[in-house]
Design a protein around this ligand. Structure first.
Ligand code: FES
Length: 166
């Protein structure tokens, strides 16, 4: 004589549900866990941009490369974040090569800077000149550590007169 059918059905469904959770739970956790972790989409630590010995009193353009960028599921190595202009006069200075108008790359002319996208011009120290950009080029923190240039990549809100970090 067997168990009543309702009880058997209940036990079968209950056992199936527990087994299903045991399998699906870890799988869902595996997929969702990275999204709950810390994403690094732009490094906040200073980045090495070269030998300090290369600097002189005139601006020089350098690429700013992050050794590693992490998103929830993806890790990329040696990601070019943008570029900066650096020089050494009384002190070492750096300017972002991102145009503060709408973010195009700014180029260095003889003694000034030009953004070709909408013809914004900047003076020899990066100050605002002609064109639609509402502020000068953005300064970036830079230091010399053990003879190496260590630059902190900072992004600012575009098309504003005030410098607001994003
Ligand atoms: S993006 Fe540089 S002038 Fe518009």
């Amino acid at each position: 004589m067997g168990e009543p059918p309702d009880r058997r059905k209940f036990l079968t469904c209950g056992l199936g549900g527990v087994l299903g959770l045991a399998v699906v739970g870890p799988a869902v956790s595996l997929v969702v866990a990275p999204a709950r972790g810390r994403s690094v989409t732009s490094p906040t630590e200073p980045l090495d941009v070269g030998d300090a010995g290369m600097l002189g009193p005139t601006w020089r353009r350098v690429d700013v490369v992050a050794p590693e960028i992490r998103d929830a599921w993806v890790t990329q190595k040696n990601v070019v974040l943008g570029a900066a202009f650096i020089r050494k006069g009384q002190k070492v200075e750096a300017l972002s090569a991102v145009c503060p108008h709408l973010g195009c790359p700014v180029s260095l002319e003889q003694d000034s800077f030009l953004c070709p996208c909408h013809n914004s011009r900047f003076g020899k120290n990066g100050e605002q000149g002609a064109g639609p950009a509402r502020r000068g080029l953005d300064p970036l923190p830079i230091a010399v550590v053990d003879g190496r240039l260590r630059l902190t990549w900072v992004q600012y809100k575009l098309d504003t007169a005030a410098r607001v970090k994003v």
